[in-house]
Ligand binder design. Structure first.
Ligand code: GLA
Length: 682
């Protein structure tokens, strides 16, 4: 445990602690810091927080240019402090009044460390921060594998593992307004090929919704130096005397028993400490996006309400296309920014819709994209200067849209007010989908001074958080889904303001099996919106079974379903209610990976109950399914559920047998799936 002399005031000039050790432990992973008489901090035979200009020629955690142009920093330990779960190691430059605190919050019940860095100074003029990482980790014995989650729009979170080799490997994003499109802001290091159930594993995730960078450098010494934080690329900023810069939290989870345990701990942590209302079951929703896209009117929505009520839906989510009059939002080319109800499509307004929804026992949700604007909009006509752009450059559109400059407090006020106005005018709205359908390519602000332009990515994210926080404070009962052209906002930073996220616009269940598998490493099922759609024309049962392994929702045109299909939906929704809490609050055991064979399976366990999902997209030979995570001593009744003709019992089996020899599953046809409910047999 931390050594905490606690006798030195945090701002104590250059008083140094003559030698010490601090250890912060998370499962199979320990951050151990030592320093000697000179106060130079080390971590596992490498530097504790490598500074540029201090003899370190590899990737630094900190690069500061001091008031007089000195590009080097030389930090020494001046104090340590420990209180409850928080440990702080205070460092000071040997010659400058420049202070860096390394802060650790250990969440020992989940083997998780949250770590961040606080920087301040009292130099006569501003200091330029070129880079300031949230975490610097030195791992001895560089024989590690790195697993990343890469992809693109509608193809998120593909798992790629490789040994860490000499040189430097960087996972990053430079998207500024969101963390993710091509690479998720998470990684896993493992002391061999990644395994679910064995081996030392360190999982990392940056709680930040902008550009990030994780670097993994295998040093000549054989250590791996990992530096994690906001992407310093084109993001330097001035820190004024007396001002404090606090980096975002880096969340590190460790285990000696493989990635399964790390995910279960991360899920518990996210439910408890990150998500809003992580202890409340999520509603089953119908979203009209893939049912209608932009082509709907009031009577279509009323008809969907009827269908939704008929099959047992809790919440109706009206997606894009409900606003804009001068520039009606009938496709994605115009209207974004004009958040007035489109009177042609919805002559009686949103509040009327919410009331009719209530008459059908439906909560009501609404789509917004508060940060964006189409050039074809009244907003753009009135405030072209609010757009992020660079002088002398032609505006670059993505999905026909531009980004509003949230570093500007006036724009923050606009974004908050547009949400607030709609929510106050229609007080029954209890859910919003917050979208963000582009990233930055021309990061210039007309609000920030000319010599502060590289501060935009950080200022934007801070502005975004201030709007989200205000929304949460003023409208605490309104649930929020984070969406960003599919899974662009899947970071623990934005999730603090949300209840769930939309992992991907790819809703073909065959592809979703892989996407959900990837997400499940860091995101608990309760937060992973998973919808039944008609994408791919897959059998309804298969689509439902895949969606039921996450937070179930539907994007279906109920009006187009046959009576038999409606009946299937009705029963599947009722069935999901039976085990929703096992999926949403249970522990996840990944059993068979879709990457490894023709059949994939996962199991959730809560107390003595479990539910297992088995998927066969292309057909699979007969093989035993060896369950995980059960109680060996309990005899379970195994029931296959969500079958068109009602539940079927597979018999009673001791947990030990189900886990060792397993359940013999017959050959599966392509696009088939099974759900097994396991309850103790009394
Ligand atoms: C994004 C989202 C979709 C949908 C559309 C609406 O692509 O990911 O779910 O909301 O925007 O334009």
């Amino acid at each position: 445990m931390p050594d905490s002399p606690g006798t030195t005031a945090p701002n104590a000039g250059s008083l140094m602690i003559p030698g010490g050790t601090v250890e912060i432990i998370a499962g199979g992973f320990t951050l151990r810091y030592d320093w000697g008489e000179d106060g130079k901090i080390k971590q596992n035979s490498g530097p504790g927080y490598p500074q540029w200009g201090d003899g370190w020629v590899f990737e630094p955690a900190l690069f500061a240019v001091h008031f007089d142009g000195n590009t080097s920093t030389d930090l020494r330990v001046v104090n340590t402090h420990s209180e409850g779960q928080i440990t702080k190691i205070s460092l000071k430059d040997s010659a400058y009044t420049f202070y860096v605190d390394l802060v650790f919050q250990s969440i020992s019940e989940y083997n998780i460390i949250e770590t961040w860095v606080e920087i301040r100074h009292e130099e006569p003029k501003s200091v330029t921060i070129q880079s300031a990482a949230s975490a610097a980790i030195q791992i001895e014995n560089g024989d590690y594998y790195l697993t990343q989650f890469s992809g693109d729009w509608a193809n998120e979170a593909n798992m790629v593992s490789e040994p860490i080799r000499k040189g430097i490997k960087i996972l990053d994003s430079k998207l500024a307004v969101r963390a993710h499109q091509f690479c998720a802001p998470w990684f896993i290091l493992s002391d061999g090929p990644l395994s679910e159930d064995s081996g030392t594993v360190i999982a990392g995730s940056l709680a930040w919704s902008g550009s990030f960078r994780f670097s993994f450098e295998l040093l000549p010494s054989g250590n791996i130096s990992t530096i994690c934080g906001i992407n310093p690329f084109a993001s330097s900023f001035q820190l004024e005397p007396g001002e404090q810069f606090k980096t975002p939290k880096m969340v590190l989870a460790g285990s000696n028993s493989g990635s399964g345990e790390v995910s279960r701990n991360l899920h518990r942590y996210v439910r408890q400490s990150v998500l809003r209302d992580g202890d409340k079951p999520r509603s089953i929703l119908l979203n009209n996006w893939e049912a209608t896209f932009f082509s709907f009117d009031e009577s279509k929505l009323l008809s969907l309400f009827k269908g939704a009520q008929d099959i047992g839906i809790d919440l109706f989510l009206l997606d894009d296309g409900w606003f804009g009059n001068k520039y009606p939002r009938n496709d994605d080319t115009q209207g974004l920014g004009d958040w007035q109800t489109n009177t042609e499509k919805l002559p009686n307004g949103i509040n009327y819709l919410t009331e009719i929804a209530l008459d059908h026992s439906l909560r009501f949700g609404l789509w917004f994209e508060p940060e964006m604007v189409n050039p074809g909009s009244k907003l753009f006509e009135q405030h072209p200067d609010w757009v992020i752009q660079q002088p002398h450059r032609e505006l670059e559109l993505q999905r026909n849209q531009l980004t509003l400059d949230l570093s500007n407090p006036e724009v923050q006020e606009f974004a908050y007010t547009l949400l607030d106005d709609v929510l106050r005018a229609a007080p029954n709205i209890s859910y919003i989908k917050w979208d963000c359908n582009r990233y930055l390519t021309q990061p210039g602000s007309q609000y920030l001074p000319q010599d502060r332009q590289t501060y935009l990515p950080i200022a934007y994210t801070n502005g975004l958080y201030s709007v989200m926080e205000r929304l949460n404070i003023e409208h605490p009962a309104v649930e929020v889904m984070m969406c960003s052209g599919g899974g662009g906002r899947v970071d623990y930073g934005s999730l603090e303001f949300a209840h769930e996220l939309w992992p991907s616009d790819m809703t073909d269940p065959v592809r979703r099996i892989y996407i959900q598998w990837g997400f499940s490493h860091f995101i608990p099922a309760i937060a992973s919106a998973s919808h039944v759609t008609s994408w791919g024309g897959r059998p309804l049962k298969f689509a439902f079974d895949v969606a039921m392994s996450g937070r179930l929702g539907l994007d279906l045109d109920i009006d187009k379903l046959s009576a038999e299909e409606r009946e299937f939906c009705r029963r599947a929704i009722a069935t999901y209610r039976n085990f929703r809490e096992i999926v949403q609050f249970g522990d996840l055991y990944r059993i068979e990976s879709p990457y490894d064979g023709p059949r994939s399976s996962v199991l959730y366990r809560k107390d003595t109950q479990a539910v297992a999902f088995v998927f066969s997209p292309d057909g699979a030979p007969s093989a035993n399914l060896c369950f995980k995570g059960l109680e060996p001593e309990i005899t379970y009744q195994v029931i296959e559920t969500n079958l068109p003709d009602g539940d079927t019992s597979w018999g009673k089996f001791p947990g030990q047998q189900l886990m060792s020899s397993g359940l013999s599953l017959p050959k599966m046809q392509a696009l088939t799936s099974s759900i097994f409910l396991l309850t103790p047999n009394n």
